[in-house]
Design a protein around this ligand. Structure first.
Ligand SMILES: C[S@@+](CC[C@H](N)C(=O)[O-])C[C@H]1O[C@@H](n2cnc3c(N)ncnc32)[C@H](O)[C@@H]1O
Ligand SMILES: [Zn+2]
Length: 311
């Protein structure tokens, strides 16, 4: 199997991580291994540990990284990064990358059920285990479905879509991506159906986030990854939607601020020092050249920090 993945914001990631040839690096989202390969090719005595929760990604990344003995691929959720590194006898990382969300391969493989462009069983599980999109769509109450579509997809018609799903499944279970996409589409007012982009886009994103527990894993993953960083170590995160970016932005700001005193305190009494500095004040986005070459970079945002050196 071959992944056709153009690594997003690659030059910017390399600038953020400042890869040292003898350093220890972790790619928490190996995918097709393109970012990983770029890091591994800069190592001599260093090491790269590439994680992914998707067995297909593990195969693809292993193939891509085969020429680099410095690289090791491990199937794991990135929120387990600390225990993975411990089990490998690694006591800290000089750089950590997470390129979040769904890979081109996951999207472009119809059987994985991520896409509303091809008919396929409703699945969407990155790890290929646990509850699928079909289970959620056929099993959750209308209120829960509506909350998912609204909270994770910012879908205006969340309630009517959820009601339409419940009505449709009373006849027969909803089995496929196109069946669901049609129900979503016809639950919207005609004018909304004709707006730019596919009408099922926001609900599909929302379901994917729910099926994969993406925000929970990210919240945990950030904290665990930071705990794995050595002093002076660097962490770079690429997000693809505002919910993820907000989480990364807030967590980075918290580490960079240090002080946890209430905002109305005239002086700091908590004594907490900043734990990190931001590499860029604002998120970095794809250049016009990259946008032209790779439309999937359109919503990508990169943020990076450096862990403070205390000694
Ligand atoms: C955008 S792709 C990464 C592409 C990769 N940077 C490359 O160069 O090919 C995101 C990958 O992260 C994986 N992923 C998402 N959430 C994860 C998590 N919590 N733990 C481990 N892997 C995760 C997905 O399975 C997917 O393969
Ligand atoms: Zn304080």
């Amino acid at each position: 199997m071959e992944f056709h993945h153009q690594p997003v914001l690659l030059q910017e990631v390399l600038e953020a991580l400042q890869v040292r040839e003898d350093g220890v690096y972790v790619d928490g989202t190996a995918g097709g291994g393109s970012h990983s390969a770029a890091i591994a090719s800069r190592l001599t005595t260093g090491r790269l540990i590439a994680l992914d929760r998707d067995p297909d990604a593990i195969k693809a990344a292993s193939q891509k990284l085969a020429p680099y003995p410095q690289a090791q691929v491990v199937r794991a959720n990135f929120d387990q990064m600390d225990s993975v590194l411990q089990s490998l006898g690694i006591d800290g990382a000089d750089g950590i990358l997470m390129d979040l969300g769904v890979s081109s391969h996951q999207l472009d493989t119809p059987e994985r059920g991520f896409s509303y462009h091809n008919d396929a069983p409703l699945d969407m599980r990155m790890s290929q285990e646990g509850r699928s999109a079909k289970d959620l769509v056929n099993g959750l109450e209308a209120d829960e479905l509506s909350r998912i579509f609204f909270d994770y997809g910012e879908e205006r018609y969340a309630r009517s879509i959820a009601r339409a799903i419940v009505k449709a499944r009373q006849e027969a279970p909803i089995e496929t991506t196109l069946q669901l996409a049609d129900i979503i589409k016809y639950a919207m007012p005609p004018a909304a159906r004709r707006e730019q982009g596919h009408p099922a886009r926001r609900c599909f994103q929302a379901l994917r986030i729910a099926v994969n527990g993406e925000l929970d894993h990210l919240e945990q993953g950030l904290v665990h990854a930071f705990s794995c960083l050595k002093e002076g170590g660097r962490m770079a995160i690429i997000t693809f939607h505002s919910l993820e970016d907000r989480m990364v932005k807030r967590q980075f700001a918290k580490w960079a601020k240090g002080c946890i005193c209430p905002p109305d305190f005239p002086v700091c009494v908590c004594g907490h020092k900043p734990e990190a500095t931001l590499v860029w004040r604002k998120a970095v986005e794809a250049s016009p050249e990259e946008l032209e070459q790779n439309p999937r970079s359109r919503s990508a945002k990169l943020r990076a920090i450096v862990k403070t050196t205390t000694g």
